[in-house]
Structure formats: C-alpha cells, structure tokens
Design a protein around this ligand. Structure first.
Ligand code: CDP
Length: 236
C-alpha cells in the first residue's frame, strides 16, 4: 500500500539531512572536529594521550578513554540546566564504548585520552553527531586507529523506517503519555563491519529492526566517506 506519510523537510525516507564535517577547529586541542546533521551541531576536542593523574587510576596495560558529552544551555528550545545530568552521563558512557573498538588503547599504558563533546545546537541525533565528530577528532590527533566510527539515528515514524530523525520526526504523534515513534541511534565501523552502538527507544518488530539496521549501515557508509574526505583536507 502506498504511504501517505511525508517527512516534514521533504527528505526521502533514507536521506540524511545536510551533513558538514571539518577538522582542526580548536587549535589548542591535540585533535578536533565539527560534525553537523542539519541543525544538530557537535564539536569535539581531544587531549592526550597524557599521563593520568591521580596515579592510582592509571592502568599499566592501557590508556583510559574518557568521553565527556554536554549540551550548551541554549542549544535546545527549552533552556537546559548547565552541568552534568543522567542523560549526559549515559551518552558519555555509550560514546566511549562506541569509539573504543577502533583505538589501540594498549599502546599508551598509564595515560588518559580525554574527548570533550559539546553540542552547540540540538535538533535530535546529537549523540550520533558527537560520535562522528569525536571519531574525526581522534584521527586528527594522530592516534592510531583501525577505522573511523560513523553514527546515525534511524527509526520508525508513522509506520515508516526513516534515516536521520529530526526532532520534529522524533516527536511525531506524541501526546503527554504515548510515545509513537521509535528512535535507534547506531554507530557502525565499516572497516571492521562492526556495530559499536545500538540503542532503542520505542517499539519495533524484528523485521523492521533488521530493515532499520540496514538503512543505518548504508547511511554510515556515506557518513564515513564524508568524514574521510574532511580528514584529508589540509587545514589553514
Ligand atoms: O540527541 P539525541 O537524539 O542523541 O538524544 P535524546 O536524549 O534522544 O534527545 C533528543 C533530542 O531532544 C535532542 O537532540 C534535543 O533536540 C532534544 N533535547 C532537548 O530539547 N532538551 C534536552 N534537555 C535534551 C534533549
């Protein structure tokens, strides 16, 4: 049956928002990057590897990867209270886990690699934009990596599987009690053919989930190309 659902910004179901990626945007950092999905904008800065202080936290076998995700207060429509929250703690944790598989942490014992991710404007999928920026910033810092991590949010809205959900789409058909849409942020490492993040908020049938994962992988391949191209561009 032909669908009647149209995306608010008229995109095709498998189409990304406008993507922009740039490296070397923060001079004092060892590596940095900006990644944008439409109106969701993430900045990432990497510091390290450097000696982990206090020393009792050091691991003689490997570096500690520490991700810090946050949003600026006016990145969202309703002012966000400054400082850490349950949400930012969770996103920081899953971001570290999404990035770890490409890093050779055992090459840098007793050290820490700090990755600061700041969302300066939010319109959904900010954890994915943050992972994309962080992955590029780590490469820009010259860290040995087995591949780039690419992330995108896919989901089910009005019965359709969509790629790169905007906030309008995430909120489609919601009232105060019922969540109608399903949001699935996915991080994929094409070089390793590995999914390093998959979260699911909402309901979906197994067959639809399969379709959503395929759509995410396809989008991540495009994102990976854009990230790679940005990394090859010489900084001024
Ligand atoms: O951003 P992401 O989709 O990774 O995470 P989320 O927790 O599902 O948040 C979805 C969206 O809700 C964010 O991207 C923001 O646009 C919005 N949001 C907000 O308006 N205020 C907050 N305090 C947190 C999120």
């Amino acid at each position: 049956m032909a669908t009647t659902f149209k995306r608010p910004d008229k995109r095709k179901f498998d189409e990304l928002r406008e993507v922009e990626a740039k490296i070397g945007i923060i001079k004092r950092a060892d590596g940095s990057a900006m990644f944008k999905f439409g109106d969701s904008v993430a900045l990432a800065a990497v510091y390290g590897p450097r000696e982990l202080i206090p020393k009792h936290k050091q691991d003689p076998e490997k570096a500690l990867l520490r991700c810090h995700y946050d949003m600026i207060s006016f990145s969202v429509t309703e002012r966000k209270r400054p400082g850490p929250s349950r949400r930012s703690t969770e996103i920081s944790y899953v971001t570290s886990k999404a990035l770890e598989p490409v890093l050779q942490l055992d090459a840098f014992p007793n050290t820490v690699i700090d990755v600061f991710i700041m969302i300066i404007q939010a319109d959904a999928s900010t954890r994915c934009a943050g992972i994309n920026a962080a992955s590029m910033a780590l490469a820009n810092a010259g860290l040995p990596m087995t591949g780039l991590v690419s992330a995108v949010s896919v989901g089910k809205v009005a019965g359709e599987i969509l790629t790169d959900l905007s906030k309008d789409e995430e909120d489609y058909g919601h009232d105060d009690k019922v969540k109608e849409t399903t949001d699935i942020p996915i991080a994929y490492i094409p070089k390793l053919d590995k999914i390093s993040l998959l979260q699911l908020d909402g309901r979906i049938k197994p067959q639809e989930l399969k379709k959503a994962i395929e759509a995410a992988k396809k989008a991540c391949l495009k994102i990976n190309e854009i990230q790679t191209k940005a990394l090859k561009q010489v900084n001024d």
